[in-house]
Design a protein around this ligand. Structure first.
Ligand code: ZN
Length: 114
């Protein structure tokens, strides 16, 4: 359900009041700031742009969902060298071509689409 600007503000205040939340300081360069402003507005055409916190926290949730999905897919496969279920985090064959840890981990890293 679409949230009204007032509801979104209220949610932000509620979030900020929650004990245990961690405040992060981000240093962004000019290009990133421009992208941020562009995306907050561009993802809500004709509506009030996303708040900065809302945009960033949603990205974190999106990436978490995506990572969980990727890991679930990887769980169906095994390392070609040691046979352990993927994703392998430790393997004595690391460095060998057949070991998933050598190159396979690239499947999980953050990638900027070209
Ligand atoms: Zn292995």
């Amino acid at each position: 359900m679409a949230k009204s600007p007032a509801e979104r503000k209220q949610e932000q205040r509620a979030r900020q009041a929650t004990a245990g939340d961690k405040k992060l300081e981000l240093v962004l360069d000019n290009q990133e700031l421009e992208m941020l402003a562009q995306n907050c507005a561009g993802r809500r055409p004709g509506r009030e742009p996303y708040e900065l916190y809302e945009y960033i926290t949603t990205l974190i949730r999106i990436d978490n969902a995506q990572l969980n999905q990727q890991v679930a897919e990887l769980n169906k496969r095994n390392c070609g060298r040691c046979g352990d279920q993927l994703p392998v985090t430790e393997c004595c064959f690391r460095g060998e071509n057949a070991c998933w840890l050598t190159r396979g981990w690239h499947e999980l890293k953050l990638k900027i689409p070209s």
